[in-house]
Design a protein around this ligand. Sequence first.
Ligand SMILES: [Zn+2]
Ligand SMILES: [Zn+2]
Length: 252
Amino acid sequence: MSEFAKTVDESSKPKTKGKFGSDYVRVSSDHQTTVRVLDARPEVMWSHFVPRGHHAFPGANAGKGMSFTCLGFDTCPICAWNKSQKSKDESTKDTLNARRLYTFNVLDRTQVTICTACEVEHYETNGSYPSECECGVDLSSVEAVPRNKIQIMQKGKRIVDQFKSFEEEEELGDLRGYDIKLDTRGAGTDIMTTCIPKQKSKVDMKAVVGDDWESKLYDIKEIVAPMSSESVNRILAGEDFYTVLGRGKDTT
Ligand SMILES: [Zn+2]
Ligand SMILES: [Zn+2]
């Protein structure tokens, strides 16, 4: 296909927007997560995390706090605040430094049990699946299956460096050729994730996700694109993210 035809075709693909929460693969110490990388390369961005109730921006995102893609040193309001902190005290630790994050599509292969009545997915918690769903249905005879959902993975250097090392191993190579298990231990700042590659295997995406699986890939470039500085300022000053971006909370 020509570049021209490809561009036209791609522009007509429905866009999948990333929402906070359910679109990101869940990596936690409650259960092991298994993913298959789907993208040839990650998008790299710098991100500031403004925690809930931070003293400089206590109202940020209606008081809930949020992560912001850095707008670049000269235009970013958070970098500007960091700069003013440093100008008051060169050695201050009271800054909101940006962290480098890597974002890419994965197929979430984590084992879950799915309620036969309400279709809610249940993760393993401390080694076992719940025996009953919140809706009241008995789950004790339901077998765990891979989620097989396309999700966004956004992680820092500690995890992607492990991924990178697998590609360098002769018997593994390209990350898209095998599943990776993420084993997470600890909590808070002591949290540690060990990544374990599985054997090479093929995944038939059409069979496990559907014929339209490519349309379910997230537009990662769009997801990590910075907002305008005006939007960032409004959110930092207390407005809600969804209001500022003109999106309803429940749109899918
Ligand atoms: Zn910044
Ligand atoms: Zn249920």
